[in-house]
Design a protein around this ligand. Structure first.
Ligand SMILES: NC(=O)c1ccc[n+]([C@@H]2O[C@H](COP(=O)([O-])OP(=O)(O)OC[C@H]3O[C@@H](n4cnc5c(N)ncnc54)[C@H](O)[C@@H]3O)[C@@H](O)[C@H]2O)c1
Length: 354
């Protein structure tokens, strides 16, 4: 903690000063009585210095391990690319710092597991910055399912067709991102569908992934860097007799469409996050009397990263559990691992969990 006059604020370190770190910083800068950014670290030291100056932070480092030696740092935001999430997260937890790490939590199940284990040993908060967990529609749908309104849940789908959305930079390289559109976008819908259903265990996956447009000469990214998938689809068996269809693209010759739907014998939930209206549809009833029971009022929440940062800071200050615990991401990583393996082997595989 750091004292400013009468104020005791959490000391914050930001590791990785690229694109998304700006949203984290904005979140902390909105609550100066609760948290202050003390230091920034990036392997590109000039980037760390520029960010530290802009955010009023005292320290800038080219090596995050120096940031972790500072006693006034209570918590860190890990905003590095996905393949570099595990190392600083584990080191920060071992140094006794609370951590919020960007989505996807990790590039592989092994990495995710090591992060979760480090959290257990440290007793500190490990929160994953998966902003959709705070989406009012997702919260409403989850509560509806928990109240038992779906009867027997048997089918779910998590899809995100981006029409033209291939990013560039570190997102398109396997060695920095770990995966492509399936992971980068797919983690949102896959996490949402598993979260809403209460995390049923994945059993098997049969999937394909492909690079359809990654080497198109008319794109805006560097095609020589492109080493991930831009498309993937999978059929996943979950415990409890639930079938999950999961599919994502960064670019497909369809119109843009994202949806998460869960069907049960007595009802359904449908979330279309990017529709301008009717993002949520809840239904309940039987074969001939199914009713639309979507409520007019939704629970409080927001997908603004500043909101997520506030939940992180308040959980630390008020000694609450992690608002989005790391261990709730082991299944998503296990499904990704299984999907890539299945695609390579050309057959269904068992999902292997640590
Ligand atoms: N929540 C969201 O809405 C959202 C949006 C975009 C990206 N993301 C996620 O955020 C993460 C970062 O994305 P980005 O767009 O900021 O990427 P980026 O490439 O712009 O920034 C990553 C930064 O991390 C630095 N870095 C890498 N390894 C490091 C290390 N060991 N120590 C210190 N710094 C290191 C890089 O030099 C770079 O400056 C990814 O996991 C991505 O999936 C989340």
């Amino acid at each position: 903690m750091i004292r400013w006059g009468n104020i005791m604020a959490l000391g914050i370190g930001i590791i990785g000063a690229g694109g998304i770190s700006r949203a984290h910083a904005r979140g902390y800068l909105q609550i100066p009585d609760e948290a202050r950014i003390v230091g920034v670290a990036d392997i590109l030291e000039e980037r760390a210095q520029a960010a530290a100056q802009e955010w009023g932070a005292k320290y800038a480092f080219g090596d995050y391990r120096e940031l972790l030696t500072l006693a006034e740092v209570d918590a860190v935001s890990v905003c590095t690319y996905t393949k570099a999430h595990r190392e600083p997260t584990v080191a920060a937890l071992q140094a006794g710092k609370h951590v919020i790490v960007e989505k996807p939590m990790a590039a592989t199940t092994t990495e995710a597991y090591q992060m979760v284990e480090a959290q257990k040993v440290s007793g500190k908060i490990l929160m994953v910055g998966l902003k959709w967990r705070f989406m009012p529609e997702i919260r409403a749908a989850k509560a509806f399912i928990e109240e038992g309104n779906l009867g027997q849940t048997y089918y779910a789908e998590a899809m995100g067709w981006q029409h033209r959305g291939i990013p560039g930079g570190t997102f398109i390289k396997k060695e920095t991102a770990g995966g492509g559109g399936l992971m980068d976008n797919g983690v949102y819908t896959l996490d949402a569908v598993l979260y809403m259903m209460g995390h049923p265990k994945p059993l098997t996956v049969s999937g394909t992934d492909a690079n359809i447009f990654g080497h198109s000469p008319d794109g805006t990214w560097n095609i020589n860097d492109f080493s991930v998938e831009d498309f993937g689809a999978a059929f996943i068996r979950l415990e409890g007799g639930i079938t999950l269809f999961f599919a994502h693209s960064w670019a497909i010759n369809f119109s843009e469409q994202w949806q998460i739907r869960i069907a049960g014998s007595r009802g359904s939930v449908e979330v279309s996050p990017f529709r301008s209206e009717s993002k949520l549809r809840l239904s309940h009833g039987g074969y001939s009397d199914l009713q639309d029971v979507t409520p007019d009022r939704l629970p409080e929440g927001s997908t603004d990263i500043a909101y997520e940062i506030k939940q992180f800071v308040r959980a630390i200050r008020e000694a609450h559990p992690s608002p989005i615990p790391g261990d709730t991401f082991l299944y998503t990583n296990a499904i990704f691992d299984g999907l890539y393996q299945s695609s390579r082997l050309g057959r269904e595989v068992s999902v292997s969990l640590p």
